[in-house]
Design a protein around this ligand. Structure first.
Ligand code: ZN
Length: 542
């Protein structure tokens, strides 16, 4: 009888298994925000060959599929992997190879940071950036003795936050043959009692900097891998790199081929003759992990340094309007060339309302009317009320960064004046033009963490919870709009909405498991959200 039972059970199990479809991975018992058109929720999904093959209730998925690996999400929240629509992935990785000295409070702290960094990074020049003696108790330039004692054989160069001063150790000064008493135009080699202090001002920095060997392929590989590691840890599965050289694209292709680089990248090539010639000749580059079809141009500078091009003078600097970086004829010529290439995209940095107007008009003169070219304005930071409708008229995509709003809000009004400020960081008003909007960070200018973007867009407060009522709340986005902006709409701005950005059948299995439900958490708890796991193409990468 017992034997019969076992046999019977085996038969049943085998029959059931025989009916189940084999997949690679099943995730069940989750709150899945699919971010499909209806914003449906689900409990489970199945993954095969890196793509999602079924989405539904846990019971249904478990009864229809069997998998090599089944993961019980224990009721946790799952969303599509985050997509950063505007960042500098390679630049961020390169920065990680130097010591970050921003916010340091004393020379002693800087020395400690250099020591810690040197332990982890044992070779080559020790480079750092971001110190500011105005933040110290003793607000005087440092001197190099401690650097000489700690690093007698390793050259060190630490640049001040504004880039206009730096301190070098003796080894670095020797390599550059810098001597006390030496003079040069447009710079100063600071000396105290006839002895070099190590401090170099303006053009004097160049004497030492010119001795730094150019970056090797090994350096670049490491930069990309470190950027990838940190980005996976915060739930990013696609990053848009806004401005690379074609040679870096070729390195990315190599690293995709040897499977070391798994981050999906959408790359804008920088504005430069060699890059145009390269892509026009080669055509759109598109694989599962890499998409190159766009160019990044700059219309103006930044608001913080009053380089943004405004329609009215700066409220805090009379008669100063900022300026366009190139003349209109240049933009027209280059953008017309881009337009000649089917499917290629122009992406232009525009901060000031005058810069936005000029670019919208030039785009309009080329695109003429309704179209699906998805040409983008990066930042679209200050827009005149009369110009919002041009985004709709020419289907121009405003690519915005919610954390810029909460970083700049402290002084944006003083720069712009009350009237122009109303059209600044106007994400809701911009969203209303086309009905969709991609969100990003511009890291490393801002933090890489997408949860900060979510919080800034929804609550319009910074990580210090300022201001209490939120900044210009009329332009806050709903949680649903924000989640779409960080996933499916960011994908759409890259022409990738059919392959990623939602948890739907046929899409890449790019998803993340969160520590809490960001769609229902109290506003005051949103920033506590952690990413527990990140999957790219069904592979756990964090
Ligand atoms: Zn940028």
């Amino acid at each position: 009888m017992v034997r019969f039972f076992i046999l019977f059970n085996l038969l049943i199990t085998n029959t059931l298994f025989a009916q189940k479809t084999q997949v690679d991975l099943i995730i069940h018992n989750a709150i899945v925000y699919t971010v499909n058109a209806k914003m449906d929720k689900a409990e489970a999904f199945a993954v095969k060959d890196a793509k999602i093959v079924a989405v539904g209730a846990s019971r249904d998925i478990l009864s229809k599929y069997k998998a090599k690996k089944t993961l019980d999400a224990m009721g946790k929240t799952i969303t599509p992997g985050f997509i950063d629509a505007h960042a500098h992935f390679y630049g961020y990785g390169s920065n990680l190879q130097t010591v970050d000295l921003v916010g340091t409070k004393s020379w002693e702290e800087i020395i400690e940071k250099c020591q810690a960094f040197a332990k982890q990074n044992t070779e080559g020049w020790l480079l750092g950036r971001g110190w500011d003696q105005n933040d110290w108790a003793i607000k005087e330039y440092p001197t190099k003795e401690k650097l000489d004692a700690l690093f007698p054989n390793r050259p060190v160069l630490l640049t001040r936050v504004d880039g206009h001063a730096a301190i070098a150790n003796q080894k670095a000064l020797d390599l550059a043959s810098v001597k006390a008493g030496q003079t040069l135009t447009g710079g100063e080699i600071v000396v105290k009692n006839g002895v070099l202090t190590g401090v170099l001002v303006d053009n004097a920095i160049g004497l030492v900097r010119s001795q730094i060997p150019p970056k090797t392929e090994k350096d670049d590989r490491q930069a990309l891998l470190e950027a990838q590691k940190n980005c996976f840890a915060v739930g990013l599965t696609t990053v848009v790199d806004c401005g690379l050289d074609y040679k870096t694209v070729e390195l990315i292709e190599k690293m995709n081929a040897d499977k070391s680089l798994k981050m999906r990248l959408y790359v804008m090539l920088s504005d430069g003759r060699a890059n145009y010639e390269y892509l026009f000749k080669r055509g759109i580059i598109k694989t599962d992990r890499l998409n190159v079809r766009s160019f990044k141009l700059y219309a103006d500078g930044a608001l913080g340094s009053r380089g943004a091009c405004l329609l009215h003078p700066y409220a805090d600097r009379p008669n100063h309007f900022g300026f366009l970086l190139k003349d209109k004829a240049y933009y027209e010529a280059v953008m017309s060339k881009i337009a000649e290439h089917e499917g290629m995209q122009a992406c232009t940095h525009a901060i000031g309302d005058s810069a936005n107007r000029e670019i919208l008009r030039i785009y309009g003169s080329i695109l003429r009317g309704s179209n699906d070219r998805r040409w983008r304005i990066e930042h679209a930071q200050v827009v005149n009320q009369a110009d919002f409708a041009l985004f709709k008229k020419y289907n121009v995509v405003p690519s915005v960064q919610p954390t810029h709003a909460t970083s700049d809000m402290y002084w944006a009004g003083a720069r712009l004046g009350k009237e122009a400020e109303k059209g600044a960081y106007a994400f809701k008003q911009l969203l209303d033009q086309n009905g969709w909007i991609p969100l990003g960070t511009d890291f490393p200018v801002e933090d890489i963490n997408p949860i900060l973007t979510f919080y800034a867009a929804v609550v319009r407060r910074d990580a210090k919870n300022y201001p209490e009522g939120g900044y210009q709340m009329g332009n806050a986005l709903s949680r649903e709009e924000t989640l779409r902006g960080m996933t499916i709409w960011a994908a759409k701005a890259n022409f990738e909405e059919h392959e990623k950005g939602s948890i739907e059948v046929g899409k890449f299995a790019d998803f993340i498991i969160l520590s809490q439900d960001i769609m229902t958490a109290l506003p005051s708890d949103i920033l506590k959200t952690k990413v527990n796991a990140t999957f790219v193409g069904g592979e756990k990468v964090f």
